[in-house]
Write a protein that binds this ligand. Sequence first.
Ligand code: NAD
Length: 454
Amino acid sequence: MISQEISIADIIRKQRAYFNTGQTKDINFRLEQLKTLKQAVTEQKDAITNALKADLNKPEFESYATEIGVIQEISHAIKHIKIWTKPKKAPVSLQFFPASARIYPEPLGVVLIIGPWNYPFQLMISPLVGAIAAGNCAILKPSELTPNTSRLLNEMIKQYFEPAYITVVEGGVQTSQQLLAEKFDHIFFTGGTAVGKIVMEAAAKNLTPVTLELGGKSPCIVDTDINIEHTARRITWGKFLNCGQTCIAPDYLLVDKSIKENLLNELHKCLQEFYGDNPAKSSDYPRIVNQKHFDRLAHFLKEGKVRIGGETNPSELYIAPTVLEDVSLTGSVMQEEIFGPILPVIEYTDITEAIDLINSKSKPLALYLFSNNKNLQQQVLQQTSSGGVCINDTVIQVAVSSLPFGGVGDSGIGKYHGKSSFDTFSHYKSVLHNPFWLDLKWRYAPYKDKLSTL
Ligand code: NAD
């Protein structure tokens, strides 16, 4: 532990020295590093897929779409970095004439990025894109629960980047806490709400700003004015992707009573279409990350009537895609983030019941609404608060670079993706420039009689 403490302090010292050379501020340098990152991900595709398979039994297609797909985020930054880094003119009111104003984005310095296990590759690389584009040095701490991906990230970053510029520090809670005891210029954390509070407390000791990308229970409302087949397919995909271990997966369904039976029948059909009669045999269905999470999820299965699925196999950490009915609103399955392949279904007779239930809980990371009814869409948008909303689909909002991604309230602080990632890792320095050619004296003493002229 002591040697790691020394080496962590040493890494940070070296990164500070590197940052102080000014090299990372050069826009062409940043551009080159982004290109190198893109090259690294492209060249390591197979190794990334293999690591994700070993850690989560992630199907190759899902690894490609949801992890290696981070290449899109890198390409977006490469394309826009010159515009993002340009100082922007700001208007100045006449009373300050002839002064002019500009806002200069500048890097923060040495930043720490801590990640979770569910998308263990993408959720390290995506914030790193912002850190590089904004001109920072970075230390990455991947999740210890996905050791193969953690090792791969370490080796990949070592191979393509100078350690004084970007370094991976592998380890668990203790390592994370050793890192958090140090002074950084920004901490970017993705994980659970409980650990988010620990991170923020540690950061406060050094007055380090934080971005907290946390979790929560993302509701999914289903109204009657829908295309039921498309609705069922989109919900099934978003919920059971990565075996439900997705921070923005629909956590529970709130469905209009009159359409519930039809919807559940459609969901059943979709599950058979996606994973066959026995999802345990499907190569497209992943597994739960570890025994602890398996036990947590198995407990939820006892909290309602199993309508679809419900089968488990502890030796394989397998839990079938499951739909639960008759759940109690006060039970743990409706109080805690599920983060697994279990979908409780609650019916409502009036939309206000669904809205009231959502508003009785912490603000979620995502809210899904399936409805073509424009008035209903507006009502839900105006009467609820969530990190983001997706209407008539699930999960895909996260992949749109022009949409800032983040939570609100208990689901997080701050935003990233696209330009927002650049903003997160930048300080916007306001600069006012007053030339010498004019010096109006009205603001200077003596003030005698000047007040009456204002
Ligand atoms: P977690 O909070 O347990 O762990 C995240 C990271 O924090 C890991 O690297 C871990 O080593 C470290 N950590 C754990 N305990 C710590 C402690 N006591 N002190 C310091 N560091 C500690 O989260 P997880 O289980 O890896 O991920 C699941 C959670 O992450 C879910 O709640 C999910 O909703 C959330 N999540 C959010 C997003 C998002 O973008 N908002 C994305 C993915 C996951």
